[in-house]
Every structure is written in C-alpha cells, then in structure tokens.
Write a protein that binds this ligand. Structure first.
Ligand code: ATP
Ligand code: MN
Length: 480
C-alpha cells in the first residue's frame, strides 16, 4: 500500500482497496467527515471516521489546518457531491493546529479579503484561490519551457548581477559588498566602487536581453526565463519590483517573424493551461463571476474566464502601426471629450495605459500588436526604419492588462548603433562586448520580453499582480 495524491485518488476505480493520503484538514463535520486537501488538486477527498471507535483524545486533535496521515479504503460515496470517499482504518496527526491560534489566521473558515491573504502570504497557498493560482502558474511555467524546447530554442541563463547599467529599462538595485557605514571614497568624495566586490559598480538585472542577443548570434534561437528587478516606484496593480521575465531572441528574425513568434507563443501556452488546468480554471472562473456580481455592470469582465482564454487562442491579434493608433486615439470619444488624463494631440506622444486599454478594450476588443513606434520614446537598440524617425518596435496589449509584451527588431548596423548611443550619451566602453557582436558576423535579429506575472494575471483572471506570485516585492514590502 502506498501514499497516493488526492488528484490520482479521486479518479481511481480501485474500490475497496487501501490507500494512504497525506494532507491538511479543510473541515471536520459531525465528528465523522474529515475533508482533506493535499495541494495536488483543487478538489478535496472526504474521509469518513468511525468516531465511536476512536480515542477521544485523538478526535480532539482533528481540526482545520492540522496535517494528517490517513489510511483507509476507497469506497463509493453515499453522499452527494463526491463520487468516492475514504473509509478510515488508521489516522495519525502529523502536525497539530491549535484552533485558538487558527482563529487568528486566514486558515479559519470564513471569507478573507485578498489584502488580508497578502499579509499572511505564507499561509495563503492553503486556500482554494491561491492553490489554484499557484498550480496554474507552475503549469504555465512548464508550458513556456515546453514551447521553446519544441520550437528548437535553447535556454540561456543570463546573469542576475550585471555590470552594465546601460540597458535603460528602468531604475536598478545596487549590489554592493562595501561597508555602508564607511565605504571607501575617491578623492572627490564619491564612493570608490573599484574597491567593491566586483571591482566596479554592479546592479541586479532589469532584463537579460543584451546578453541573450549575444547568445542568439551563436546558438540561433535562445530564450531566457528568470527573475528581473526594477527599483521603480510604481505602486500599481501591474508592477512588481521583482518579477520573472521570458525573453526569446532569434537570429535572422525580422519584426514580422518576431510578432508571429510572440502571438504563437502566447496562444500555445494559454492553450496548454486550458487543457491541463481545467479544474483550477473552472474554480477561478466561478470566483471571478462572484466577485463581478458585486461590481457595477460596466466594470465586469466581458466574458467568463475560459471563454476569454479561448477567444485569445482562436483569434488573430490585431496588428496596427503606432501612427494608425495615434489617429484612432486622436479621434476617439475620450480624447475629444477630454476624458483621458493625457490627451493625444501630436504624433510622437508616449502611450499611457489609459490609451492602450482604450485601443484593446473599447476600439478593437481583442489583443493588439502596436508596431513602428517613434524612435525617441524607445530604447537605443531598436532598429531604425528607413523613415529615420520610427523604430521596429512592437508592444502587445492585452485586455485588462495593458502591455504584456515589449519587443523589437534590434539594430544590427554598427555605425547606426554607435550614432544612437552617442546621441544618448551611452559610453561605448560600457557595451564593448555588445558592439563586438555587430563587428563579427552581425545579422538582423529580434526578440521580446514578456512579464510572466502579467501572463499569470491574464490566465487566472486576478486583478492585482501581487496575487499571482508567492511573495510579491514592491515599494515598502519585502516580508517573507
Ligand atoms: P510598463 O510600461 O508596463 O512599465 P515596460 O515598458 O517598462 O512596461 P519592458 O521594459 O518592455 O516593459 O519589459 C518587458 C515586459 O516586462 C513588459 O511588457 C511587461 O510584461 C513586463 N514588465 C515590465 N515591468 C514590469 C514590472 N515592474 N512588473 C511586472 N512586469 C513588468
Ligand atoms: Mn516600466
């Protein structure tokens, strides 16, 4: 006889056979029905106790949150709500949970707000909602690796501590081993980082892109999937200070091939979870409908969660140039009625989240890929178009999320790249290794970055990015 996961036990047909289940008590009713969850699935197994022949001292220890090891036979259930149940022949309390203490926690059986759950992030994975989200997150992560592996990509592990601060993707976290009380100083009074651990200034990476580019120009098709860090003070429901980013980079891909890859990739991983996370998605869908029922009609989701995911999988993303998008926005109702916080009047304006969401949620009502942005509002490494004023950039915008992907065809011409860096005061010495790739067998190439948590946000139907990562980091928060 062996330990079996509840996910397997619930589909087992081995009636009258003995199994061992290990998990945590969700509820205990009438001294008889113990509902156990072991994390393998959103579904619980009901275990039936012969309480008349159970030591009362042991009975007292069976309470919500306690860890139990239960031996029993699988039987067809008499009650409604479950096909099978476990008739207990032996029960051991592996770890008690004092009901008085449980009362103070989110393990107590009542509705807790997402904010309260966040304060007890070490316990929230034991709730239905967070169990479902975190299983979904794990499956999505697997789907990411499977997709790239199937498409002939190699994973490149780019560094997390980086010595270049020229990536320009945002504010960075300094990495230093100097004594903060008494750092060595240069003659001019500034800190002497040449005496620091790495002999230079170092930071936590904001993106693995530049290093991934060097690998694409050797391995052909590569991707990174790792943690990235941004010390930006953006207290939004879409930003974290520590998040996981997926960054494919492909030699000989132009922007069109890049857009095709991004679209196919997103559809593929969402298709994977639709197939492999049915119970969790069904639960999250129901949860969302309940949440929405408390909101005014206008704020409710347009479609049930799984229909929304299927819609993305089954329909083409709308591809629109920045210039077309500006024309649409300029003539839009919220712009004319001055409802946008930032009004669109001129070509060249950076798009704010309100504009992105208008395009996706009101105008096109489907995922949108915007391309060919003004060079001035995009990063130095993006390939300049023949018009001299736009670059081969693309952003993918999703309903309810805004930007989910940012990518581009990279500037492969050494002279154009150097000119751009000079114009932005990016020292060539900083990126000598990056420039080398343009000297030795340069070729057109493209890639993009997709914030993994934004993908999980979309797939789970949650609304705050802090609820789709186990231990969120944001300004003022690094508990756990
Ligand atoms: P945004 O405008 O939303 O701040 P960005 O332009 O700074 O995004 P990029 O630097 O292009 O984003 O990063 C690539 C992707 O990483 C984004 O499309 C998004 O999915 C994700 N991302 C960026 N910043 C964050 C963050 N602070 N937290 C979570 N995900 C992020
Ligand atoms: Mn940003």
């Amino acid at each position: 006889m062996k330990h079996i996961s509840i996910v397997d036990l619930l589909v087992s047909t081995a009636i009258h056979q003995e199994f061992i289940v290990k998990g945590w008590v969700r509820s205990f009713r009438g001294n008889r029905f113990i509902v156990i969850n072991d994390g393998s699935t959103i579904n619980n197994i009901q275990c039936v106790l012969d309480f008349e022949n159970t030591d009362p001292a042991l009975l007292k220890r069976i309470s919500t949150g306690a860890a139990l090891i239960i031996k029993g036979t699988l039987e067809e259930s008499q009650g409604a709500g479950q096909r099978v149940e476990l008739k207990i022949s032996d029960l051991e309390v592996a770890g008690d949970a004092d009901p008085e203490e449980v009362k103070r926690t989110i393990l107590s059986p009542k509705r807790h707000s997402l904010e309260t759950l966040r304060e007890q992030a070490h316990l929230r994975v034991r709730t239905n909602t967070f169990g479902a989200i975190m299983r979904l997150r794990s499956k999505l992560s697997f789907a990411v690796h499977q997709y790239f592996n199937d498409q002939g990509f190699y994973q490149a592990h780019t560094p997390i501590i980086t010595g270049s601060d020229a990536e320009g993707a945002g504010e960075m976290f300094r990495v230093s081993a100097l004594d903060p009380e008494n750092p060595p100083k240069k003659e001019d009074g500034t800190i002497d980082y040449s005496q620091d651990f790495f002999g230079k200034e170092t930071n936590l990476t904001v993106s693995g892109q530049l290093e991934a580019e060097t690998y694409a120009l050797g391995l052909g098709k590569v991707y990174t999937f790792g943690p990235t860090f941004r010390a930006e003070n953006s207290n939004t429901s879409r930003h974290l200070a520590e998040f996981w980013m997926i960054e494919p980079e492909v030699a000989f891909y132009d922007l069109d091939a890049n857009m095709d890859l991004a679209e196919d990739f997103i559809k593929s991983v969402l298709g994977y979870v639709l197939e492999h996370c049915q119970d969790d998605l069904a639960f999250l869908e129901k949860r969302l409908i309940e949440e929405d029922s408390k909101k005014p009609q206008a704020e409710r989701a347009a479609m049930p969660l799984r229909d929304k995911l299927k819609f993305v999988v089954d329909n083409n993303f709308k591809r629109v140039s920045y210039t077309e998008a500006i024309a649409i926005l300029r003539n839009s109702k919220p712009n004319k009625k001055k409802k946008f916080k930032y009004l669109i009047d001129e070509w060249g304006a950076d798009l704010q989240s309100e504009h992105e969401r208008y395009l996706v949620e009101k105008h096109f009502e489907c995922p949108v890929i915007l391309f060919d942005y003004p060079a001035d509002i995009k990063a130095f490494y993006m390939r300049l178009n023949e018009d001299g004023k736009t670059v081969r950039a693309m952003d993918i915008l999703f309903p309810g999320i805004g930007e989910i992907v940012g990518g581009s065809q990279r500037e492969e011409r050494l002279d154009v790249l150097k000119e751009k860096m000079a114009a932005l005061d990016i020292p060539e010495e900083e990126l000598w290794w990056y420039l080398d790739t343009r000297k030795f067998g340069t070729c057109i190439h493209s890639g993009f970055g997709l914030g993994f948590e934004r993908l999980v946000l979309f797939a789970s139907g949650m609304t705050n990015i802090r609820d789709v990562i186990p231990y969120p980091r944001f300004p003022g928060q690094a508990e756990f």
